[in-house]
Design a protein around this ligand. Sequence first.
Ligand SMILES: [Zn+2]
Length: 237
Amino acid sequence: MKQSWESTLFDIQELDLKIAALEANLATHPGRLDAIKKQFAELKQRKENAAQKVTEIQLAIRKTEGQIEDLKKRKKEFQDKTALIRSNEEYKAALTQMALCDKSVSDLEGALVEYMDKLEEALQQQKEVAKIIEDAKVVGGAELETIERERQENKKEIDALNAQRQALVGGVPTDIMGRYDRLRTAPSNNRLRPVFVPVVKDVCGRCKVKQTPQTIINVRKGLTTFCSSCGAIFYEG
Ligand SMILES: [Zn+2]
């Protein structure tokens, strides 16, 4: 024989399990928001690094171009001087200097070509990072919307379920209800796990501990019975 309050407590528990699932989902929100924040902080850093690289290469290019200009000027000065040189040795020395200028210019022009390649690469990377950020904004924005929608919907649903629950509580004896709520709200309890459970194959449906024959007989008789191990409230399974 079932106790008159059993089906009511069962209904209350169904509501509590639904509430617990919604609360568990709400509890994922801070972590999900942090993940989005972290991702955007990382992307911001990548964007800054990419921009810095471009700037550094551009500076190196300008510096090299300046050096080439200076060397060409210097060569021109030597060239102009040669017209006034009378001694053979001085003339030779000037030619050597001009040759050195040419060599340095040639080296720097080689370096300039490499810088140009690097700049192209860096600009390409900058573009790629910008694209990743655009994509992340779309995904992150959708996730933010989902979180916000869930936050509102879950809270509304929880309120509605709590109202239904409130209407049922009076149908269960105070001591049973008290035990049920104590077990359910205990800090160590996983609220997704029921506390009003059947005895299946002689074991508690909550903690899986084997019950005494007397307990099993009591459950079958429809007496109010609790698990000797975890305190769960039994119904006949
Ligand atoms: Zn138990």
